[in-house]
Design a binder for this molecule. Sequence first.
Ligand code: DGT
Ligand code: CA
Ligand code: CA
Ligand code: ZN
Length: 625
Amino acid sequence: MTITNAEISKMLRRIAFLLEMDSNKDDKNINFKNKAYLRAADQIENLPVRLETIYKENGLIGLLQIPSIGKAISSKIEEYLNTGKIEYYEKLQIKYPIDVDDFLGLEGIGPKTLKEILDTTTIRNLNDLESLIKEKKLRRIPGFSEKKEVNLLKKIQSHRIGKSRFLLGDLFPIINQIENYLTGNEKVSKLIVVGSFRRMKETIGDIDLLVVSKHPSDIIDDLITLPEIEEILSRGTSKAFVRLKNGIDLDMLVVPEDSFGSASLYFTGSKEHGIQLRKLAQGRDYRLNEWGLFDNKTGQKLAGDSETEIYNLLGLEWIPPEMRENHGEIEMAKRHSRQWINKIQNLVEYESLKGDLQVHSNNTDGQLSIEEMAYFAKTKFHLDYIAITDHTKSLAIAKGLDEQQLLDQLIKINEINDRIKSGDFFVEENRPKSNRDRNNYLKEAGTKNLKDNRNKDDKKFRILAGAEVNILKDGSLDISNNVLDRLDIIGAAIHSNFSLTEEIQTERLIRAAQNPSVDIIFHPTGRIINKREGYPVNISKLLFTAMETNTVLEIDAHYNRLDLKDEFIRMATDTGVKMVIDSDAHHSLHYAFLKFGIAQARRGWAERDDILNVLPVSDLLKNLK
Ligand code: DGT
Ligand code: CA
Ligand code: CA
Ligand code: ZN
């Protein structure tokens, strides 16, 4: 039996949910327990190595080396891996016989509220809850109202839609595993993941995989024995359609070498982009499909093995997948167009960021110390600077810092910077070790192929002292300007009062941007993909103020935010408003999210000049207000 990371983390989420249901409001211990399960679940979801493998190779000790996995949780994982069950969970399920999965991630009804509903009703799943609302019975329970019913019904609906599309970042580890597994097969000569995944869309409906091989049937056999697969929906001699255990479908097609380009062009999409290309082909009396580009008159195949060749024969330059949305790229990509060639040459590139300007530490809701965040930023992700931007005092749930704590943190950061300048901060012996040794784990965490340039310019690494200041209801900040001005960089963000009108929200952001201490507006619309739409903002007005005040807008690279959206990024580049791409890291592993921010920027056609943190730190600072 194989149990995937996704299954384990889901199981931990179920336990966390039931634990929270089971807790009294003021039982600190239980609250702590349930959060520990959630942290472990987050960690496991982002793990590039299968837990089962770690367990097979190193046993319980191996599990314990993973950050956020302690004794209690590791032994439950062990039990799950060995027996497929966790007794602790089964017991909780007897007490609360509900379909937990239905409620995981449902906004508006958390475990505690559900418990209140269960005290007076016998609902088991989401359908029951929906019926309860439709029968106008929920409002009879204290604390509910007609208005809440209407709201909740909307949330249930968007929850259902959300469940059918997956976040790009959630799929990354599993797609990498499948890619690695198949490319290890000597019968596979080429492999590419196409579809919305190659276009790096924020959410993915299904995974499309294209393989070149002379032995299609063998490859299909190999694919369908993957432990990640739940169900084979259909299989042919050169294609397979399967469902993975995490619920997403995977479409695999094996094609001959000389159709690789045309097939990847076709299946990368978008559909609208493909339709335009086929129109261009028709205009030249050609026919374009997944097998190649053909001349209608002679029936001859003109191209097929390379995308570039096909684009060129259609009179176009090659178009990066992130731009294939029929948003004007086809008109602009005319062959030899200077404008287009410049655009592509200047498009912001993966791996081009020199720093990360939204990083949290364990002084607030981050998981690691400032030293650790700096150490791993440099040694594992090859960044030259980070800004520590912890939350500020009015964000109580994140233990936000007050003025004095910010100034204390500034002193601490200066000390660390001094240690860095002295030259030996980044040597292995000085690796910060907080609670347990995570070396082995980080070694495995996909960093093998990064060049080891340690020592060369270690001394230049710089930690900027910053803050993620909270924007209050009226647009003022919760920290006074004279303290903010002593820090290097300030991001301001909205974390409360989400239901105000567009006019008021825009006014709040404009006022924050007009504040001379604010350098960046963090995650400007506050959305959480599939969960929360974000507060309404008049982006044009915000951009105008940003331009006038030289305020930077952030592209938050965390894959559940990716806020700004691509269309807003394009508006920002058109307005000349500068942006930064930040990981919003609460753990060093989160630096890996930066690539999603870059993808988002590329989907918004942003160029290097539009993104300030491609610059060295001194130039970056010169460009801030
Ligand atoms: P998704 O899966 O909803 O996130 O989005 P895609 O873009 O991956 O869409 P999918 O998986 O349905 O199809 C993959 C690609 O195949 C799509 O981007 C373009 C191509 N394709 C699929 N169906 C059609 C179609 O009916 N017409 C055309 N022209 N292309 C199609
Ligand atoms: Ca797809
Ligand atoms: Ca598909
Ligand atoms: Zn924030």
